[in-house]
Design a protein around this ligand. Sequence first.
Ligand code: ATP
Length: 938
Amino acid sequence: MAVQVPTQMATGVSAAEREWYQMPASAALAALDVGVDGLIGVQVRERLAKHGPNELTDRGAKAPLAILWEQVTSVMVLILIAAAALSLFLGKYPEAAAIFAIVILFAILGFIQEYRAERAIAALKKLAVPDVRVRRDGAVVQIPARDLVPGDIVSIEAGNIVPADLRLIEAANLRIQEAALTGESEPVEKDTEAIPLPDVGLGDRLNIGYMGTVVSYGRGAGVVIATGMQTELGKVAALIQDAPAEMTPLQHRLDTVGKQLALAGVAVALLIMVIGYFSGETFSELILTAIGVAVAVIPEGLPAVVTFTLALGAQRMLRRNALIRKLPAVETLGSVTVICSDKTGTLTENRMTVTVVDVAGHRLDLIERLHGRSPAIQPQDVHPDLVDGPMPIPLLLAAGALANDATVQRDHEAGRFHTLGDPTEGALIVAAMQGGMTKADLEAAMPRVAELPFDSDRKRMTTVHARPTGALPMPLLNVWGSKGFAPDAPYVSITKGAVDGMLDLTASVWQGSDITPLDAELRARVLAANETMARNGMRVLAVAFRPLTEPTADASVEADLILLGLVGMIDPSRPEVRAAVEKCRSAGIRPVMITGDHPLTASYIARDLGIAQNDRVLTGADLVRMSDADLAQAVDDVSVFARVSPEHKLRIVGALQAKGNIVAMTGDGVNDAPALKRADIGVAMGITGTDVSKEAADMVLRDDNFATIVAAVEEGRVIYDNLRRFLQFATAGNLGKILIMLVWPLVLYLTGLKFIDPTALLPLQLLWLNLMTDGILGMSMGFEKAEQGVMSRSPHSPSSGIFSGGVGVQILWIGALIGVLGLGVGFFYAQAGLPQWQTMIFISIAFMQVFQALGTRSSIQSLFQIGVFSNPVMWAAIGLVLALTLVVLAFPSIGQSLLGLTPLAPGDYGVALGLGVILFVAIEVEKAMRRRRAGERR
Ligand code: ATP
């Protein structure tokens, strides 16, 4: 049939005459100039150049102006602006200008940090873009979705997000949930039939798959008709707005603390004015002091430093293969108490190898002992026992390769084979090859006509095939080809899946030449074989068949099955997981295995890895019987959940959370998405995970590895520690400054030095100090590496405050000491009649805070234990702070006229340095005392 297709159609723009949905699939392929082998290299390059990458223009990130607006309308900035306005009102123009300048500086600093964090997260999200399977140059290849061009033939299956607009050319039970586009949450059953009607709405175009919609069931293939912004999704841009950025729990709390501090600053300032009023100060002096106090209290650098530290953390996690999708996860990871992990692929390598085949009366061990390592079987190594074994064995292998969606490819360079698709199925194809059969030959003899895809609730799948006719390439298929067997059944269905579920659907057993009813004895034998294999850590699948009269596959097909036999396969545990599990334990985190596999298989692996500390296993069936309260009781000491379905995961997370746990939960399937969302940290698999699970997750493991979760938790703890240390540092410093501001007038009053200025530090000097310390030094604290023992203490409880665990007390005494030393030096110089008393308070605080930062680098170890130079960024920050401070002092135009500083003599610097050293020694002595006490307790 010749279809007249206008040329612009091939560009992915809908044709005026005929829409894609109106054309038969073959016409669509012809219009896009693509054959069954897919596009060829030249076409791909041309089309990519013409249409650009298949991506939506990013509208998700927060607009720069919005970020800026947030910055300038924060409580802190507003108070500073008020202070500047007051100074202006009092005619203190330089002060007003300088405060404004600093407000702008902080706003810019905050803006840059926030903007960079946004960009970093946006970049991380880009990394999470899925890969797709396309047919190009006659081969199936995996490419990033952004490289798709119109004309590409794409395979899709349950769990995929449709990567571009597709005209479907193949659909097997394909259901697509199109809520993203049509708002309809019920999945739509798709097919490939042309719809010869005009003006069919998007929701009714059953042969089109739209970008951004979700394949919820089945599988199919389609040819790309539009990419990127030309897709239907691209046209409705508003729908792709990302969820607003969330604040981390700590950010929330810090935000509150920040606001409280700011308001406290205002309160104290008012108090000063009242006191001053009664002691006869002039109004403008009072206001100036009050502004100074307010400025001193406000932790200007706080928001910028927190965002910066979190974004830095996300980057560090990425280096360890953990991709953070939501910033709050960085912090929450640090308080995780339970990690619930899938088994297959996360704890194990997901490199399945068939090691046992078991048919009625015969069991064949392909490998004697594995010792947890994967055997190096090559598919080309044909196994004589498989080829010449009793008849049921080759038939079992053939069936396993037919009810199968994986493919095997020969890697020509390496001369080896590798499988694409589900490793469980890959193993079956390899086993068939070892029995002398290729999947291609089998499929040619018995083409698939219908199917019921695998899902992890049923734990099985069925394919329906035409019975072979004519000359058979493989004599074994005679069983299915022979007219003597079920003569009026032109089709045969093959079902494979979990043994326990399938036995209930099985009526008889294939014995090699005849069919025997499945009696109690045979049943017991099959179950015993299943258990023996599972107890040795094997995944066991049953394979069965059934003659059919109709080429359809509905649920009724999975009944009256004829069992062919069992296949046992080994999936070795990942070698690095054992150490990671041990690390979890010492860190007070409990690893829990949740798997769809058999309880005995699960137990074996759990024991092997040290996850299970007792023999208790709960199955999905147990969970159904238990109430939520019983489950909450049980989760405390059950570490293995087997034969569970995705919806059980949701209940397990709930039960663990009800017990006060912070739960990280892994998941890879479509149905895992709710559990991933419910968990405190939803973890998706980067390699084997479905697109849907990745969308729902907070974190994606680029290597699917359990050990990576543990590494991310470790980084989370480091980041939390760093933030807490910064907070302790900044708050203690600000406390010191407030004390100086408040007590200074009192000192003067009590010592009779009434002629001296009652303002200990000018607002601008305070702002400068805060910029140097809370800003520059604070930022460098985010680069601190893991403290010794981060993973040998319990997780911090998110409900305990940031100031718990002695931090509050440290803030008080360090703040007091800074205050006393600052007041002391001021008084000493003032009573000696030296004009530089104020500058001395200023420079002493600067030096003290530099030493305070060094002393705070570890909360328990001494600076010398962690290595004086082990945080080079902090040394750079210290260098910058000292250089800038000395520069303002050295230039009278800045130091004197703007900041109101007085030149110092070399000896004065010595005094300030001395005070810094005193503070440092005090901090180190206190840490030494705590170390001693901790040692005694042990
Ligand atoms: P997890 O990854 O959560 O540890 P799992 O991957 O073993 O678990 P599922 O993939 O849901 O869990 O598999 C559950 C069970 O379904 C398996 O134990 C197996 O019996 C059966 N099964 C798995 N894959 C297939 C398949 N491709 N075809 C038929 N049955 C399968």
